[in-house]
Design a protein around this ligand. Structure first.
Ligand SMILES: NC(=O)c1ncn([C@@H]2O[C@H](COP(=O)(O)O)[C@@H](O)[C@H]2O)c1NC=O
Length: 540
């Protein structure tokens, strides 16, 4: 470090800055390591490092002391023991504000570290890759967390950095004569969050393994944990008087979407677009879902549309929009294929809050960015729905498996024809579409569809009769000849009768009511095909 950047002792006391003279580098993710080591060396910082990190630094021609030279012990037990030694931990834990600590380490021949840079073995990535038990256990870092926690406890003396994205801050601090005490405290908090998240991942995984091998287990672990990191504050929550923020989980998903254009996302935008993405991705073919207040006001797909996905997404959007253009005003849209120019030109004509897609054609971006208010979001690659769903309740948490649409009962090949003639291929395809689309509708849900598109949706009513009425009313003349799906059984014939009176030609529903016979008889009398799935899709 040059003399001009090293503060005088009086300045150091006032700011709490501790000049960085010796650093310990031990990183599994070596991103940015060489740049950091180079800059630290050029600033006069002595470097100590572990096995692979030290080799990478030395190979780059930067002087570095292997940690073995500090401990006097070669790394052993396949790397399980490298840094677990008083010569390392004494240098991390000596409180340099205390003369007796300084005296003790001097007597022991231990030198203090002012900077520690660590990131841990990739445990979460290892289990996510489907690695076996022993390989996963081997990726539980021991020495790293011990050093992180020691340095974080001793933050009045040591700066601990666990994130390669913060190496620029390290270099800025070195240039400024060291981190301030406030900066070291913030780094310590981040370090404890890092080890806490790591241990939660290990404990959750291990409890899951215990449950799996216990024949007495109900299959649910005794402990489950997850951790989130703040992505940013939101302007407000569901209402303007509620404060709100967005936190991210480590898995890729909506919370990590890239915003290409538009105003800041709101709390309600996130809720709605999450529902839209869920709905659009229930279809293997190109599909579009338009959502308002977490309910669809239009869903459509184009079977075989991957032959020309650019045209298919435009068609799906047009058909989804036609379902309920009044409600689609100010809605959010999700599409499961990249947005094409043709789709963008249509969307640009309609006031839309958010458009989420796995990507956008350049020409589509050019058209849509002319609209000031629309938010354009790109879903991160590799986003898959979490296999578990969590819902906070007073004093606890409900956890359930995700309601997958590919469960038994979701394929027409498993349905039971309970009334009327067997549907032809096109009708059966529409029934399957209606059944899938209905899953995106809040219960009680009735959805009318024609030609791969919803034409009338009744959602969120506290009885199924009202949902049927709403769906028929919204469909208007389109109800006649449409097919219908119901997310759960008709408890009485009355709800179905509303659909029959409107001219619906085929219906799919789970069945299972004690009055199924009455419901089936009503369909039979009307000459309408009625299929039973045996599976229901409540959505609250
Ligand atoms: N066992 C130890 O004493 C130990 N000390 C540091 N580590 C980890 O070893 C990794 C770096 O190893 P290398 O520099 O050899 O690539 C870091 O992720 C660090 O957290 C250790 N490994 C695991 O426990």
């Amino acid at each position: 470090m040059s003399e001009s950047t090293t503060p005088a002792p009086a300045d150091e006391a006032a700011s709490g800055r501790r000049p960085i003279r010796r650093a310990l580098l031990s990183v599994s993710d070596k991103t940015g390591l060489i740049e950091l080591a180079t800059a630290l060396h050029e600033a006069g910082v002595a470097l100590v490092s572990t096995g692979g990190s030290a080799r990478a630094i030395a190979d780059a021609g930067i002087p570095v002391t292997p940690v073995e030279d500090v401990t006097g012990f070669a790394e052993c037990l396949d790397g399980r023991v490298k840094t677990l030694h008083p010569a390392v931990h004494g240098g991390l834990l000596a409180d340099t504000r205390r003369p007796e600590h300084l005296q003790q380490i001097a007597d022991l021949g231990i030198e203090p570290f002012e900077l520690v840079v660590i990131n841990l073995y990739p445990f979460r990535e290892t289990i996510a890759s489907g690695a076996g038990f022993d390989e996963s256990v081997e990726q539980i870092d021991i020495g790293g967390p011990a050093m992180v926690r020691a340095s974080a406890k001793n933050h009045p003396s040591v700066a601990i950095v666990v994130d390669p994205a913060r190496y620029d801050e390290v270099l800025a601090a070195v240039g400024a004569g060291g981190f301030t005490l406030a900066q070291r405290t913030a780094l310590a908090a981040a370090a404890y969050a890092h080890t806490a998240a790591y241990d939660v991942a290990v404990a959750s995984w291990l409890y899951g393994q215990v449950g799996r091998s216990d024949p007495e287990s109900d299959g649910w672990p005794e402990f489950t944990g997850a951790t989130w990191t703040k992505a940013g504050a939101l302007r407000y929550g569901e209402n303007p008087h509620q404060r709100a923020a967005l936190y991210r989980h480590w898995r890729p998903g909506l919370a990590g979407a890239t915003q290409l254009h538009g105003k800041e996302m709101s709390y309600n935008n996130y809720v709605d677009v999450d529902a839209a993405w869920r709905a659009a991705n229930d279809f293997a073919d190109p599909a579009v879902a338009i959502i308002k207040h977490a309910n669809p006001c239009g869903i459509a797909t184009v079977v075989g549309g991957d032959a020309d996905p650019a045209a298919a997404v435009a068609t799906a959007h047009r058909k989804a929009h036609e379902c309920d253009p009044v409600s689609a005003f100010g809605g959010v849209i999700a599409v499961n294929r990249p947005v094409s120019l043709a789709m963008a030109e249509q969307v640009a004509e309609i006031f839309t809050e958010v458009l989420l897609a796995p990507g956008f054609d350049d020409a589509a971006v050019a058209v849509l960015t002319r609209k000031k208010n629309i938010r354009l979001l790109v879903m991160p690659e590799g986003s898959v729905p979490d296999p578990l769903e969590f819902r906070a309740i007073s004093g606890g948490l409900l956890v359930q498996e995700r309601d997958a649409i590919d469960a038994d009962g979701d394929s027409p090949s498993t349905w039971q024809l309970a009334a009327g003639a067997a549907a032809d291929e096109a009708t059966l395809a529409d029934l399957e579409f209606a059944w899938r689309a209905c899953r995106a509708v809040k219960s009680n849900a009735i959805l009318l569809a024609t030609d791969g598109a919803s034409v009338g949706i009744g959602m969120g009513q506290v009885n199924r009769v009202d949902s049927a009425r709403l769906a028929v009313e919204r469909a208007g003349e389109r109800a006649a000849g449409a097919v219908a799906a119901s997310d759960a059984f008709f408890p009485f014939a009355d709800g179905l009768e509303i659909l029959l009176q409107a001219g619906v030609r085929a219906v799919v529903q789970p069945g299972g009511s004690v009055r199924d016979a009455e419901v089936v008889a009503a369909a039979e009398a009307a000459g309408v095909s009625l299929y039973l799935t045996g599976t229901r899709h409540f959505y609250h």
